[in-house]
Design a protein around this ligand. Structure first.
Ligand SMILES: [Zn+2]
Length: 353
């Protein structure tokens, strides 16, 4: 394996384009346009090439949506300013969680169900916003595709998918104390989705009802079925929608993808932005490099990987080191989470790295 892979990777290295750095930006519509002009200029000067603006958080749209509840028309304001600053603009949207009361009332069946039979609508895992829709349903695909389509009507460079997955069946170990839990195996209250649609489709494919399997956590077929539900939606619905509109499409993905049923190595995206938040996994910065290498090796088609860095857990010096290690691991740049956590010293460190 290793020997066969080497020449291809060397060749990939030779034709690698210049690096590209990204930053995730949470909504701040209250800041005046003049302030954003300055912020964008500063980011650009520090080495940022692309911004990811959070314009849909499962609850409110930050553009003049005709189909989602609108908070304010922030995207419309930011597009010309980003263009002026020569920054790529990617519209960051939540994918599976849906926190819109009207949808809850009209379509309770869209929401996923855990192995105890509890809908995420009534009993979300971990946090109140973990109301994930089920990826087995065409109506859910269409709802999400509609959001991608509407964003593509704007003069953006791309759409960025977040939460494109199932809920975490096992959280990253560093988060266990926060929720006061120990997840030494896949417990039923965090294990999705056992809704009627999922179970029926699995049975129709020639399997037994997952609720009748002695230990469904041991069934590779059931596991793969759930990975495939997400992959099918991404590859066959969301990516074609972006591409037919001439937009790029990327996603924020998990290094421990099995735990969120997110087999992104198969996704036909334009780039992947794995969230290599080392502190969540109680790991050090070497792990960031290893995860870049692993992610690149595992993807079936060659595409850029940008290393997602968790700034609150990085001193400015560590940020510079994480950037270097990411590039050594084969990343074509980094993506910073998030803008609000970057101090002047962090920007200075990025600029030098
Ligand atoms: Zn389901």
């Amino acid at each position: 394996m290793g020997l066969a892979a080497t020449p291809q990777h060397l060749w990939a290295f030779d034709k690698r384009p210049a690096t590209k750095n990204w930053v995730w930006i949470t909504p701040d519509p209250a800041a005046a346009d003049e302030m954003w002009v300055q912020r964008f200029a500063d980011m650009k000067a520090a080495g940022i090439d692309a911004i990811l603006l959070e314009v849909y958080n499962g609850r409110k749209a930050y553009w003049g949506s005709k189909r989602l509840p609108v908070e304010t028309e922030w995207l419309e304001r930011m597009i010309p300013l980003a263009k002026e600053a020569e920054l790529e603009l990617h519209a960051w949207m939540w994918t599976m969680p849906c926190l819109i009361p009207e949808i809850h009332e009209k379509h309770p069946e869209w929401f996923n169900v855990n192995r105890l039979g509890q809908s995420s609508l009534e009993k979300p895992a971990y946090v109140p916003y973990y109301k994930f829709m089920c990826p087995s349903r065409d109506e859910v695909h269409e709802f999400i595709r509609g959001t991608v389509a509407e964003l593509c009507e704007y003069a953006i460079d791309g759409v960025h998918l977040d939460y494109v997955r199932h809920p975490d069946v096992i959280l990253a170990k560093g988060l266990w104390p926060k929720y006061d839990i120990v997840q030494d195996k896949e417990y039923p209250q965090y294990d999705y989705c056992y809704c009627e649609s999922c179970r029926k489709q699995f049975v129709d494919a020639g399997n037994i009802d997952p609720l009748e399997i002695d230990d469904p956590t041991k069934s590779q077929a059931w596991r793969q079925f759930r990975y495939d539900l997400v992959t099918n939606m991404v590859n066959n619905k969301l990516i074609p929608e972006a591409h037919k509109n001439g937009k790029l499409i990327t996603a924020a993905v998990f290094p421990n993808w099995e735990m969120v049923r997110q087999e992104w190595r198969l996704w036909e995206l334009d780039a992947v932005l794995p969230m290599l938040y080392h502190s969540f996994y109680l790991e050090d910065l070497k792990w960031v490099k290893q995860q870049c290498q692993k992610g690149i090796e595992n993807m079936v088609a060659e595409k850029p990987l940008y290393s997602g860095l968790f700034v609150p857990a990085l001193s400015p010096e560590e940020l510079a080191q994480a950037v270097k290690l990411s590039l050594k691991g084969g990343a074509q740049g980094v993506s910073l989470f998030s803008y609000g956590a970057m101090t002047n010293a962090h920007w200075a460190a990025l600029k030098k790295s």
